[in-house]
Design a protein around this ligand. Structure first.
Ligand SMILES: *Cc1c(COP(=O)(O)O)cnc(C)c1O
Length: 368
């Protein structure tokens, strides 16, 4: 029973969570049914938590169709630590990796990888202010690279891959943080996926990593691997099923509740329909008169992070301020790009998109 009414939360992350998941956590916070202790108080080695982490893994496997030859890990350090762990584990002496850069997060991943070994930029959209993903013929891929890294949804610029590039036999490693589980995924195309939970699949504190056994075997064959701190070796977490040390118990509990919610609404195919509808009407409003301008090129528009501009920065500031007063929170764009950004993740209610569209019409009438 919340005392303060909920606003429409357009924040990019940590972000809105499904209400049923929050309500269940609230109801059971003091004592888990049949256990008599809070989820915040139980051992990560208890039968109760074992069942929670196992169910979360099973649900993710079912939702995304993840077969047994992929490990599912629940790690810490955010997606940012994966920027380092990926090259540390995968890049052996004399090897190099390719990076496809379509926004700020990919750029950060590239910067960290450069500290570890030779990496090449297969594409960067920076010269065009990160407005689109590359066309297949623009990618300069090295057939001998150990992996290709890309960011399938760039949260800050609102640029999303709607189809993955063909990297041939080179394993694809993808940062899916801000659109994980927003649509069905064909896992066979990925050697590895990582996603900070706090955008679309849970609260802050946990990073979901899904990696193919073959890739795991490759890390262990890397001569640099043995010298890595044990917490930075994927093998540690795979062998101990993410229980080598204390995992983020509460974050995993919440992710499990989110995974149950996704199953209850009909899984990722249904989720995709809802997300397509929500994003579709918001972009239609942006395109309606020219008063609003989308940042990303149409074919690269994100269904999760809708970035747009107004005629002047003054109007953008006014928009964000008045929207907030009207119960539409978190619309100010990231400080590095400016403008407005509506993050409309899985859990963001369609009624909030409708409310934003109504607000946009009024705002245009009064200021256009
Ligand atoms: C937020 C975000 C990150 C960074 O995540 P942390 O969990 O804060 O480390 C990395 N990549 C993408 C695409 C993101 O949206």
């Amino acid at each position: 029973m919340s005392i303060t009414p909920r606003v429409f939360n357009f924040a990019a992350g940590p972000a809105v969570l499904p209400l049923p998941a929050l309500e269940e956590a609230q109801r059971d916070l003091v004592a888990l049914p049949g256990i008599g202790m809070s989820i915040l108080e139980i051992s990560h080695r208890s039968k109760t938590f074992e069942a929670i982490i196992q169910e979360c893994e099973t649900n993710i496997r079912e939702l995304a169709g993840i077969p047994e030859n992929y490990r599912i890990l629940f790690l810490q350090g955010g997606a940012t630590l994966q920027f380092s762990m990926v090259p540390m584990n995968l890049l052996g002496p004399g090897e190099s990796a390719d990076y496809v850069v379509t926004g700020s997060w990919g750029k950060k991943a590239l910067k960290e990888a450069k500290k570890v070994g030779p990496v090449a930029v297969a594409f960067t959209g920076e010269g065009e202010n990160f407005t689109r993903v590359p066309r297949p013929e623009e990618l300069k891929l090295n057939p001998n690279a150990v992996y290709v890294h890309l960011t399938s949804n760039e949260t800050i610029h609102g640029v999303e891959f709607h189809e993955l590039p063909d990297t041939g036999s080179v394993p694809l490693v993808v940062d899916t943080s801000s659109h994980m589980l927003s649509r069905p995924l064909d896992i066979r195309k990925y050697a590895m996926i990582y996603a900070g939970a706090q955008k679309n699949i849970g609260p802050a504190g946990c990073t979901l990593v899904i990696l193919r056994d073959e890739l795991l075997a490759k890390t262990q064959a890397n001569p640099a691997y043995e010298r890595l701190p044990i917490m930075l070796q994927y093998g540690t977490h795979a062998a101990d099923r993410s229980l080598y040390n204390t995992p983020p118990v509460f974050a995993i509990y919440m992710m499990n509740l989110v995974s149950r919610w996704l199953l209850s609404i009909g899984g990722l195919a249904e989720m995709e329909k809802i997300n397509t509808r929500k994003a579709g009407k918001l972009y239609a409003e942006i395109d309606r008169t020219g008063f609003y301008r989308g940042h990303a090129k149409k074919e690269s528009r994100s269904r999760m992070n809708v970035t747009f501009r107004l005629p002047t920065e003054e109007l953008e500031a006014k928009f964000a301020k008045e929207a907030k007063a009207a119960g539409l929170d978190g619309l100010k764009g990231h400080r590095s790009v400016g403008g407005l950004r509506a993050s409309i993740y899985n859990a963001f209610p369609e009624a909030g998109v409708d409310a934003l569209i109504a607000f946009m019409r009024d705002f245009e009438k009064n200021n256009g």
